[in-house]
Write a protein that binds this ligand. Structure first.
Ligand code: ADP
Ligand code: C5P
Ligand code: MG
Length: 233
């Protein structure tokens, strides 16, 4: 049975990485640090911002009914990191789809009001990727580039644990046992990725242990100043 997700290469992440029509922003932080919550707010405030959660894409892929999807489901329930060959293809497909939707919209607008150029810059918030060195190296090999920015949500484990147990989305991995495994994977595999980009001056660290509005005030300011994006009026 074929996957519902189109896994053919779209080329949207292919080199050269210096495509002026798009920026990639990595959104990293431990499980429950508030990545998804803050990304939604950026999408609401900034035109051209697209939120792509690697975890959400992988969870959707588990519903494909393919052996590949079943393998991903098993890895998620154990808090393990899925190989980049799967995750990057899902990300690429989602990016290409978002870009084509915008192109369609811009085409329609141009037809209505000719002479007015539609801005087509995309800023992709890649949430929860790269999760380990293998993810990161694969992205680099494919794009030949670094992200424009890494937003890193810093939050104590006790706070993240409480949030995850209260999330209430029926996820197979929001239970005490898997949460402990995810924290271990985060410390051992994901923190080194943040440190790698820190050395390159790419990381903006946000104190995520505050109420969402306070966190977002920092996120919005840093995002605007580091990407040059202008918020909607
Ligand atoms: P992540 O995507 O990093 O795993 P989420 O955005 O899904 O995290 O947030 C995890 C849970 O914590 C959700 O139930 C969310 O509503 C809640 N949450 C997010 N940010 C905050 C915050 N700053 N304070 C309290 N709860 C939060
Ligand atoms: O980011 P999120 O908490 O939604 O991720 C849930 C799970 O999805 C992770 O614990 C992991 O099993 C999987 N995942 C992955 N590789 C990524 C992102 C998420 O394997 N880059
Ligand atoms: Mg999330």
């Amino acid at each position: 049975k074929k996957s519902k997700v189109d896994l053919s290469r779209s080329g949207i992440l292919a080199p050269p990485g210096s495509n002026p029509d798009r920026d990639v922003i990595f959104v990293l932080g431990g499980p429950g640090s508030g990545k998804g919550t803050q990304c939604s707010r950026l999408v609401a405030d900034f035109p051209g911002v697209v939120h792509l959660s690697a975890g959400d894409l992988l969870r959707a892929h588990t519903k494909s009914g393919t052996p590949d999807g079943d393998a991903v489901a098993g890895m998620i329930s154990q808090g393990q990191i899925v190989p980049s060959s799967v995750t990057i293809r899902l990300l690429e497909a989602a990016m290409a789809q978002a870009a084509s939707e915008t192109a369609k919209k811009a085409g329609g607008e141009a037809a209505e009001r000719s002479g007015r150029e539609a801005s087509s810059k995309h800023r992709f918030l890649v949430d929860g990727f790269p999760r380990n060195d293998e993810n990161r190296a694969a992205y680099e090999a494919l794009t030949g580039s670094d992200p424009a920015l890494v937003l890193f949500f810093d939050c104590p484990e006790a706070v993240m644990r409480r949030r995850l147990l209260g999330r209430g989305q029926g996820r197979t991995d929001d239970n005490d046992e898997t949460i402990a495994k995810r924290f271990r994977v985060f410390v051992e595999s994901s923190v080194p990725v943040v440190e790698y980009y820190e050395k390159k001056g790419k990381v903006a660290k946000i104190d995520a242990d505050r109420d969402p509005e306070k966190v977002y005030a920092d996120v919005k300011r840093v995002f605007a100043s580091r990407t040059g994006a202008a918020a909607k009026q």
